[in-house]
Ligand binder design. Structure first.
Ligand SMILES: Cc1cc2nc3c(=O)[nH]c(=O)nc-3n(C[C@H](O)[C@H](O)[C@H](O)COP(=O)(O)OP(=O)(O)OC[C@H]3O[C@@H](n4cnc5c(N)ncnc54)[C@H](O)[C@@H]3O)c2cc1C
Length: 291
């Protein structure tokens, strides 16, 4: 199916995009890479009154390091992030995660900001930003504000952004050198949305104990989850098989999956425990001890 006819406006800068969103109200939609929005329009699941195209706004596609964080402009294409040397050095979990996001053709067009703003709790990037304690910078009529990822995702496809705000930057704390990272997903085919997914980052101290751990899950609640309880079991501990089992055992109490056509909630709950265990074990295995 083709999308219905829709009005279109191209914003020259973020301020103009905000003004257009304010003028047209909550039925207006920002158009980024179109990889989620256009299919939704084709299926008549989204019927915006007007698309505000932000693709030509300059400066929204930069990748830089600032004050301990990797900063990614919202319009940076997912593929550019996946192959960036800076990203690989600062947040090596990110290219690994992006490898699981659809196919290269989607990632060539799809933007990091679009995935985050779309707020699908089954998607990888929202889980990564949440798990690593990231922040989202948004601009609206009253200026710019920064929202912690755990406050940004508020429900299924909903965020703390107002209808007339534009996501401009994604800020992710850098991971120390030597951090091991891993992604584990259950998907029917490579490139499909995962039914459930887990990701982990682990850094070890010189004595082999865990001095940094981040664990996140997708597809197990209405929002992406950072699994704090699992992290707390391992923080400061030796990452033995028993300790990793104990961390993974906390997961079933942290998640709130629902039944759907892909899998019942009970299956998702069981699988996420297994995938967290595998992701943490692999991250430990891959970690070095350089700070
Ligand atoms: C075949 C296929 C397979 C896919 N598989 C996966 C997968 O496995 N995992 C996964 O995570 N995703 C997957 N996706 C979705 C893909 O990652 C999308 O690119 C992404 O979800 C949306 O990014 P976009 O730039 O295309 O945004 P768009 O589709 O243009 O926009 C998405 C939504 O975000 C809003 N928006 C976009 N940018 C901004 C902004 N800067 N400020 C405010 N609002 C904004 C739009 O208004 C819209 O509501 C798949 C897509 C396809 C077509």
């Amino acid at each position: 199916m083709k999308p219905p006819a829709v009005k279109y406006a191209r914003a020259g800068d973020v301020r103009e995009a905000v003004a257009l969103l304010t003028e047209h109200g909550s039925d207006a939609k920002v158009l980024a890479g179109g990889q989620s929005l256009v299919p939704l329009m084709s299926f008549r699941l989204a019927r915006p009154s007007i698309l505000i195209d932000i693709n030509r706004i300059s400066g929204l596609d930069q990748i830089r390091v600032d004050n301990g964080s990797l900063v990614i402009g919202a319009m940076t294409r997912q593929r550019d992030v996946e192959i960036s040397d800076v990203v690989a050095a600062e947040v090596p979990l990110l290219p690994q995660v992006l490898h699981h996001v659809g196919h290269i053709t989607n990632r060539n067009r799809g933007t990091v900001g679009g995935s985050v703003a779309h707020a699908d709790s089954a998607a990888e990037l929202p889980a990564l930003v949440t798990g690593l304690g990231g922040e989202l910078v948004v601009e609206g009529p009253n200026g710019t504000r920064t929202i912690a990822a755990e406050d940004y995702f508020t429900g299924t496809f909903t965020t703390a952004m107002e209808y007339n705000e534009v996501l401009t930057e994604i800020r992710i704390p850098r991971l120390p050198a030597g951090t091991g990272v891993a992604v584990e997903e259950l998907a029917r085919r490579h490139g499909d949305f995962a039914i459930v997914g887990a990701m982990a980052a682990v850094h070890l101290a010189a004595d082999g104990s865990v001095d940094l751990i981040r664990v996140a899950a997708s597809g197990v609640a209405s929002v992406p989850l950072r699994l704090h309880a699992a992290e707390e079991v391992l923080a400061g501990a030796q990452p033995t098989a028993d300790a990793i089992d104990a961390a993974a055992a906390t997961v079933t109490a942290s998640v709130h999956p629902t039944d759907d056509v892909h899998a019942p909630a009970s299956y998702r709950r069981d699988m996420i425990q297994l995938l967290v265990k595998r992701a943490v074990a692999a991250a430990v295995e891959r970690s070095g001890v350089s700070a």
